[in-house]
Design a protein around this ligand. Sequence first.
Ligand SMILES: *Cc1c(COP(=O)(O)O)cnc(C)c1O
Length: 419
Amino acid sequence: MPKKSFPLSHSQLQEIVKKYPTPFHIYDEHAIRENIRALQKAFAWAPAFREQFAVKALPNPRIVQILHEEGAGTDCSSKAELLISDYAGVKGEEILLTSNDTPADEFQKAIELGAIINLDDISHLDYLEKNAGLPESLCFRYNPGDLMEGNDIIGKPTEAKYGLTRDQLFEAYRMAKEKGVRRFGLHTMVASNERRTEAFLFTAKLMFTLAGELKERLGIHVEFVNLGGGFGIPYRPEEEPLNLMEIGEGIHKLYEEMMVPKGLGDVAIMTESGRAMTGPAGWLVSTVLHEKKTYKDYIGLDSCMANLMRPAMYGAYHHITISGKESAPCDHIYDITGSLCENNDKFAIDRKLPKIDIGDLVIIHDTGAHGSAMGFNYNGKLWCAELLLREDGSIELIRRAETIDDYFATLRYPGSIIK
Ligand SMILES: *Cc1c(COP(=O)(O)O)cnc(C)c1O
């Protein structure tokens, strides 16, 4: 088995392209279900475990529906993401709002849906009460600050805009309790694309310590500890996947040592993973339009950075294969580009690939999270379609490609067609 695979043969893909022109992202339903099942298996020991899928990774109601069928809730950071959850059938406390710099209408929508609200700041308690009223159940997001200074595992929390300091956290729970909030959760999110087991154990230890302190100091018995997301994926073929079972077992051990003796053995565990659920289950498929030979050899695709921003934005590696040329020797070196008037619109630089011909179908791997989701309209480029490869092998269109009429729909000018 090659470490980077694509679920369709060359001839199957050619058939699909006849009906759905490139570019498009295609997601593998089976792989998504396998990914969440693996996470749930690693946490099967927890008295109640729920993955709150971070909607921003792949904000498509059809995908959220599939994950919900597997038992997932959602983690949202905007009104649109709350609505995606609602439309996908995710209801009430299955929805978590973890936003920051939150506008009033977002809090109002969360209250209306009965979602669990995860506050990012101590001042948001008053803001929420004034603008939407206080719910029965609240959660706060912890920023561990310089408790971890110099710790390369989670970076520098003091530079992160998220969450409450330790002192604020205790004060916020105290205030919320005084205001009549009865049920509580505890949240943090400090890792990103992390594959080292110790990073997750570190977070768990931190959170279990806090849960114990909340009980001792304030008499607050949290209902859940949300360990956040950040489960990494191997973007490069030579990278190892994270060891979910080891992470789950390690956290289990800490739970037995730190939570159970304090009478906190009934506290639920949550994760809010995005990338690890859908990232490896998505591919951006494009057609080669041009080959240009100047100082370098450029392959121009019919997609661009507007369809996948990660390489240009983070210098992120995304593996590339050419449909039908999977076993051909990688004896050519190319820059793979899009059409934006930005020189960083390159999916790959100096990449070794088989000889590429115009019309070839280029498969960019691991685009199922933060791929289509980060789309934009710069240079008048349009969002591409999203397809779902069902478990029965059929193809379902789950987002049509944006049209030029969609693009003009928001523009107003003398003589504009749409008033
Ligand atoms: C982005 C985000 C996640 C998901 O992160 P992944 O790296 O995709 O797992 C979870 N929680 C919050 C609050 C986030 O902002």
